[in-house]
Design a protein around this ligand. Structure first.
Ligand code: NAD
Length: 524
């Protein structure tokens, strides 16, 4: 994987990239130097004679060349403004690890003072220009795997930190100033102390439920306390029936009793229920305090902890009251899954399969290779699968944070799945099991409107079976019939349905509810 260094002029991109290349033996690419060489002119001359827009176009072309033809493990020093272009930034994020180097404006100004050939600084007060550049590019620079303020570090120390970030390999959810990282691994929950310190200096409220998640929450609360933090621990009653306003009130009250102010931090440790309630409480407490997630169910790791949807249930339905409130960080430690009942863990694999089908052939083939290991709960395959599913979700959320378009794709398998859950009164059938059956049903519906082939459905069924998931239920037609009248995605008598075909070829279509019922009852 390539390693990209970004950051303003004077942040040390080139020297740090050189130090890393020397230390690791990896190829070195200096994007500015490549542009200058190909153009036969210095960067300053290109700016002067052709203007910034022309330079940016050359820079984009050069980056494209590096991404398609360059050494796949190269260390690449980007130009200071390369990542301002959203497409370039996303391409770099998708390709490898992107680290932003930075420092306060006066430090940068002192470093560049003696250098020549800095076109954006020509004739101006360097400190003011650099401060303006930092402010203007803040959102773009934030979208990265890690930011390192190297003002008090040597080049070698910065290089060390960059390599650490690359090794930790977080998944980035790129949302400008609200960008956050999802770390996936085995035995990584201890990082919570450092991550919490970066997110807030105030009181921490750890929220869990009184089921199997609570020992993990206890451990995390103890570690935070041992680091000197003031910590309140709230254990809600477990179960979907407690995803209520009363539970949110318990979080508010415990936080206020502990003296939380706007600088406080709420950390959910547990499954989707604790996460949804804690996130909702955090988003409304004092008009919003920082929030983080340490998911301990597979479903929470691959789905509910990423994306920022929070919510509570009402008698009229699930998740009818809620907010969008992105976490500051997510730590998914698959070691915590060791205490999760096997059926709960396996149910979570349905969302993993869904994500892989949305992603494409490579992701589905990877699950097929790992199926037995995943079913048995082996650590390495689980880390790989969780990371892949989170990456896919991060990409979709980045394109559509508030679910007005592409994010609807994440509902693949959920229309029929939700109908089945509702028919079972949200008990008896696990969410993931309902989604697995819903995924298979989605292929039948898709075929009835001319999308996909029987072979795709057969491939999916085989994969689900190897993972230990159900693929059919005699209740589907009646559940869907009962449900379509109440489906919140319904528009007049048409609903948005996520119709799959080959892996990576999934689209949202509007179909009549009668077509949906017909497809599921006709025995296609
Ligand atoms: N916000 C979102 O985007 C989103 C997405 C999908 C689902 N959800 C929500 O997630 C919820 C379901 O989440 P869930 O499936 O994680 O269930 P859950 O949160 O209800 O957890 C189920 C049980 O597992 C226990 N548990 C958790 N971790 C454990 C561990 N490591 N070992 C032993 N026991 C453990 C919990 O204590 C709880 O008793 C639903 O409310 C759903 O609406 C939200």
């Amino acid at each position: 994987m390539r390693l990209f260094l970004s950051g303003p002029m004077g942040s040390g991109k080139t020297s740090v990239a050189r130090a890393i290349a020397r230390r690791t033996g990896r190829a070195l690419v200096d994007l500015d130097a490549n542009v200058a060489e190909r153009a036969g002119a210095s960067i300053e001359e290109i700016f002067r004679s052709r203007g910034e827009a022309a330079f940016r176009a050359l820079e984009r072309e050069e980056l494209e060349r590096v991404l398609t033809d360059g050494a796949t493990d190269a260390v690449v020093a980007l130009g200071g403004g390369t990542v301002v272009d959203a497409r370039s930034r996303r391409a770099v994020l998708a390709d490898g690890t992107l680290v932003t180097l930075t420092a306060p404006a006066q430090v940068l100004a002192a470093r560049v003072a003696a250098q020549e050939g800095r076109p954006l600084l020509a004739g101006d007060d360097a400190r003011a220009v650099l401060a303006a550049i930092l402010a203007e590019r803040a959102d773009a620079y934030a979208e990265c795997h890690g930011t390192i303020d190297g003002s008090a570090m040597s080049v070698d120390e910065i290089a060390e930190r960059v390599l650490e970030t690359e090794h930790e390999a977080p998944v980035v959810v790129p949302l400008g100033a609200r960008t956050y990282r999802v770390e996936v691994g085995a035995g990584i929950r201890g990082r919570v102390v450092l991550r919490a310190a970066l997110a807030s200096a105030g009181t921490v409220v750890v929220v869990t439920d009184d089921g199997g998640a609570s020992p993990w929450a206890g451990e995390i609360a103890r570690e935070l306390r041992a680091s000197g933090r003031s910590v309140a621990l709230v254990a809600l009653r477990a179960g979907e029936a407690n995803k209520t306003l009363a539970s949110a009130e318990r979080v508010w009250d415990a936080a206020l009793a502990a003296g939380v102010d706007r600088g406080g931090l709420v950390i959910a440790v547990g499954g989707g229920m604790a996460g949804d309630v804690a996130g909702f409480a955090a988003s409304t407490l004092l008009r919003g305090v920082a929030f983080a997630q340490v998911p301990t169910t597979l479903l929470a790791m691959v789905d509910s902890s990423v994306g920022g949807k929070t919510g509570i249930d009402r008698p009229e339905g699930k998740n009818l009251v809620g907010t969008f409130h992105q976490p500051r960080f997510v730590l998914a430690d698959v070691e915590t899954l060791a205490t999760l009942p096997a059926e709960e863990r396996v149910a979570g694999l349905a969302e993993v399969v869904k994500a892989a089908w949305l992603d494409g052939e490579g992701a589905v083939a990877a699950l097929e290779r790992d199926a037995e290991g995943l079913c048995a709960g082996e650590v390495e395959p689980t880390v790989r699968a969780v990371r892949a599913a989170v990456k896919l979700k991060a990409r979709i959320v980045a394109d559509d944070e508030r679910e007005s378009g592409p994010r609807r794709l994440l509902n693949l398998g959920h229309t029929v799945g939700h109908a089945l859950e509702a028919a079972a009164g949200f008990s008896g059938l696990r969410h993931g099991e309902a989604v697995a059956i819903g995924l298979v049903a989605a292929f039948r519906v898709a075929r009835s409107i001319g999308r996909g082939e029987l072979g795709h459905e057969e491939r999916l069924v085989q994969l689900l079976e190897r993972l230990g998931l159900p693929t059919q239920s005699a209740d589907v037609p009646s559940a869907v019939r009962a449900f379509v009248g109440a489906d919140k995605k319904r528009t007049n008598d048409r609903i948005h349905f996520v119709a799959p075909a080959a892996p990576g070829d999934v689209e949202v279509v509007a179909i009549h509810t009668s077509e949906l019922i017909g497809a599921l009852t006709s025995g296609h």
